[in-house]
Design a protein around this ligand. Sequence first.
Ligand code: CS2
Length: 483
Amino acid sequence: MTDVTALQRLSRTDAPKPAVGVIHLGLGAFYRAHGAIYIAEAMAKSGGDWGIIGVSLKSPTQAERLKPQGCAYTALELAPTGRIAHHVEIVQDVLVAPHDPAAVLTAMADEAVKIVTLTVTEKGYCHEPSTGRLNQNHPDIQQDLADIANPASALGFLVRALDIRRAAGLRPFTVLTCDNLPDNGRVVRGVVLELAELIDRDLRDWIASECRFPATMVDRIVPATKPEDIDALGADIGKYDASPVMMEPFRQWVVEDDFVDGVRPDLGAVGVQLVANVTPFEDMKLRCLNGTHSSLAYLGYLGGLTTISDTVADPDYAAFVKGLWRDEIIPGLTPPEGVDLHAYADALLARYQNPAIRHLTWQIAMDGSQKLPQRILTQVGEGLDAGRPMAGLILAVAAWMRYVGGVDDAGAPIDVRDPMAQRLKALSDAGAAPQDKVQNLLGLNDIFPVSLTGNAVFVAAVTEAYTGLAAHGARVMVARAIS
Ligand code: CS2
């Protein structure tokens, strides 16, 4: 094992620092491995002032790790055949919103800033997943409404910064969401306008007419960095990087080309697809990738499988996920022009099999209450309506129900991370028999739409799947699903 503390810290080179043009809200590993790298490449290729200031909305950890190394970091590309370390210098500073909200607002209100990008995860939009409407009872939104000069939520920062720009006679920035939500541009626009309206009707109207909220589809598998990754990287590059990111070689970014005054980095020069309609790409990715990721995460975790690559190394799980694509997911999709969805699914399986990517099923299982609707439930409803058998995805829904009950197939407790974790466990515990537990969870209409809970075929199938999982475990049920 390398003694990483003996290594010299990673630092910036003395290349000139680009001026800031982007503020990023929610500086996690994904954006540093995806959007930030594309923007850095676009600037290297075509110029422009697109340096990034990152903002952490909750924890100071990222700032504490990155600032002592000048905000430079290593992005480690992990292919089955080897690894490539990229040195990334696009981030200029990291601000911690709860420590100094005024500094964040000042940065966002700077005229030089043209784009605010976001990766705040599904729950960061403070919306009701089943309707897309702003959840006005969300504690962060309550805090925004009580004191918008010191916002708590990403939406509060957007609204307040836009207000400051309007008052100063400046143009708004483009709001570029990079989260895995269907129609993510429309969702963020909707909740920003709802919040703005609660504060000032004129502000709402100005944002509605002047601001732009392009939709995007983002894709790159970026497992959370583990302590042993930091250690191994130290041995590889001979420097201590406190905050490297681990990423697969594959990446894709599809962006609706609708920016304020048309101002943006030259993303097209570095492989970003700039299109008029992102929806077919977003549906393909959310359903084929994220839908099966979540399915494998719950069924894999319950069955004692630690990573996605371990899960698809099991022939039954591999056959199961192929069946999901072939019989349940692809038949419900309209492919983007020129895309062969079966080839897309084959490529996905190869990405999942990459043994160099240790993506924990536990990590993907997080926040299921926020992910299930768009990843699985919508397509289950549509499939059943079209008369397709949706037994595999329904088994995945039942596996999520088992998972949030908090005990795996070996009887070990599960550390369930979800904004609704306590409520989910209480509902599960309140039912004695499997059908009561299922019934209780189906009562959550912010997750399950009535169109689904009112569908007797769905209710019977999910109850049967849950009962099977409780009696035989996930591995047996996955094997049965393919036979
Ligand atoms: C994953 C995604 O954690 C999860 O929920 O499904 O982060 C997934 O790895 C990315 O969307 C891939 O682009």
